[in-house]
Design a binder for this molecule. Structure first.
Ligand SMILES: *Cc1c(COP(=O)(O)O)cnc(C)c1O
Length: 352
C-alpha cells in the first residue's frame, strides 16, 4: 500500500522561486551589490583556516557580537538562525501550542501563516486597508484582544507592500498587548523606524533581522532574533544545536565588521530604489498600465495593476524576472543598468 501523508502535508508543494534563467533578477529583493574583492579575500583567507572536522560554535558568538555592535545593542539579546526563516519556524513551533491563535496580516510575508498552519496553530488574518495597504493599529489591537491571540507577527516595513508603521505606532501596539509580538524588520535598514533601540525594555517582543537583504548575503543563510533575556534563553535552548555552520559564521562576522562598507551599500540601494520609484511613477502618470504605486520604505517598489500577469510574462520574455501577485507587481531595485532595462521593457510593453 502506498504511504499516506497526513492531511497537513498532502497538499503541500516544495517552495518554488521562479525557475529558469533570467539575466535580470528583480524578483527576490536581494541586494544588487555583491561583496568586493578585498572582502572576498579576507573571507577566503579566514575560511581556509577553519577546522572543518569540528562542530561550529553552537551560538555563533562572533557573528552575534559583530551584529550587536553594528546595531548598537548588547549581544546578550541576540540569537543566530539559519536565515530568519529558521527563526520564524522555531518561534511558531516552540513558543505556541496546538490550536493557539496567531494573528497575521494580509498582505504580508507568506511564511508566517505557512509555518502557523504547519505547526497546527490557528492563523487569524487581519486585513489591511484595501486602498492604502496601511494597518489600522487600533483595530489590530482590538482584533488581537477579541480573539485572545497568543502571537502577533508581521513585517515592518512590509514585504510585499513596502508600506510600514512608524516606531511610535509599533510601540503603541506592544504597550497594549501582552501576547508574543514578532516584528520582522528584514527591510528596516532601508528606513528609520526600528524598535531595536527599545529592546531592553520589551519583554514580549522578538525582532527578526536577516542577512539576506541589506547585507547582501542571501546565499549565506543567516538571520538574527533580538529579544529580552527570557525569550533569548528559550530560543537558544529550543533551536537545533548547530543551526549555523562555521563557514557562514565566518562570512557574516567578517562582513558585519565592515560597518562603513555596509552603510555605503545601503545608501546605494536606497538611492537606486528612489530612482526606480520615480521612473515607475512617471510610467504611471503617462500611461494606463499602473493603478497605484505605493510609497517605498524598502529596496523594492509595489504596484497595483490589473495587468500584473501580462506585464510579468512580457518582462520574462525580455529575461527580466519580477514578482507577480494577484493584481500586484513587486519589483526589487537593481543596479542602474538593470533598472534602465526594466524601464525600457515597460515602455516596450506600453508600445506593443
Ligand atoms: C526576505 C525576507 C526574510 C528573509 O528570510 P531569510 O530566511 O533570512 O532569507 C524574512 N522576512 C521577510 C519579511 C523577508 O522579506
Amino acid at each position: 500500500m502506498a504511504y499516506q501523508l497526513n492531511s497537513k502535508l498532502c497538499d503541500l508543494t516544495p517552495y518554488d522561486p521562479i525557475e529558469g534563467n533570467y539575466s535580470i533578477r528583480l524578483d527576490a529583493n536581494e541586494s544588487f551589490i555583491n561583496i568586493n574583492d578585498s572582502m572576498h579575500k579576507s573571507i577566503t583567507d579566514a575560511i581556509s583556516k577553519l577546522k572543518l572536522n569540528r562542530y561550529p560554535d553552537p551560538y555563533a558568538q562572533n557573528a552575534c557580537k559583530a551584529f550587536a555592535q553594528f546595531y548598537n545593542i548588547d549581544d546578550k539579546y541576540v540569537t543566530a538562525g539559519n536565515g530568519s526563516d529558521e527563526l520564524i519556524s522555531i518561534i511558531t513551533s516552540c513558543f505556541l501550542e496546538k490550536d493557539d491563535k496567531v494573528v497575521t496580516l494580509t498582505p504580508d510575508f507568506s511564511m508566517y501563516s505557512f509555518y502557523s498552519s504547519l505547526y497546527e496553530l490557528t492563523p487569524l488574518v487581519f486585513e489591511k486597508n484595501k486602498n492604502t495597504l496601511e494597518t489600522d493599529c487600533g483595530k489590530l489591537i482590538e482584533f488581537c484582544k477579541e480573539n485572545k491571540a497568543k502571537m502577533l507577527i508581521f513585517s515592518n516595513p512590509c514585504n510585499p507592500t513596502s508600506v510600514g508603521l512608524k516606531r511610535k505606532d509599533i510601540l503603541n501596539i506592544i504597550r497594549n498587548l501582552d501576547c508574543l509580538i514578532v516584528i520582522d524588520e528584514a527591510y528596516m535598514d532601508f528606513w528609520s523606524e526600528s524598535i531595536i533601540p527599545d529592546i531592553n525594555i520589551l519583554d514580549n517582543v522578538i525582532i527578526l533581522k536577516t542577512c539576506s537583504k541589506a547585507l547582501g548575503l542571501a546565499g549565506v543563510r543567516f538571520g538574527f532574533a533580538i529579544a529580552g533575556l527570557t525569550i533569548t534563553k528559550a530560543l537558544k535552548a529550543a533551536k537545533s544545536p548547530y543551526n549555523t555552520d562555521c563557514v557562514s559564521q565566518e562570512i557574516v562576522s567578517t562582513v558585519l565588521r565592515e560597518k562603513q562598507l555596509i552603510k555605503n551599500s545601503i545608501t546605494k540601494i536606497i538611492n537606486s530604489t528612489k530612482n526606480l520609484y520615480n521612473e515607475i511613477c512617471n510610467i504611471k502618470d503617462t500611461s494606463e498600465i499602473f493603478e497605484t504605486v505605493y510609497p517605498t520604505n524598502t529596496n523594492f517598489v509595489f504596484i497595483k495593476t490589473n495587468q500584473a500577469k501580462k506585464i510579468y510574462e512580457f518582462l520574462l520574455t525580455k529575461s527580466i524576472a519580477v514578482r507577480c501577485f494577484n493584481g500586484f507587481l513587486r519589483i526589487s531595485s537593481g543596479n542602474p543598468d538593470e533598472n534602465n532595462a526594466l524601464i525600457n521593457a515597460l515602455n516596450d510593453y506600453i508600445k506593443r
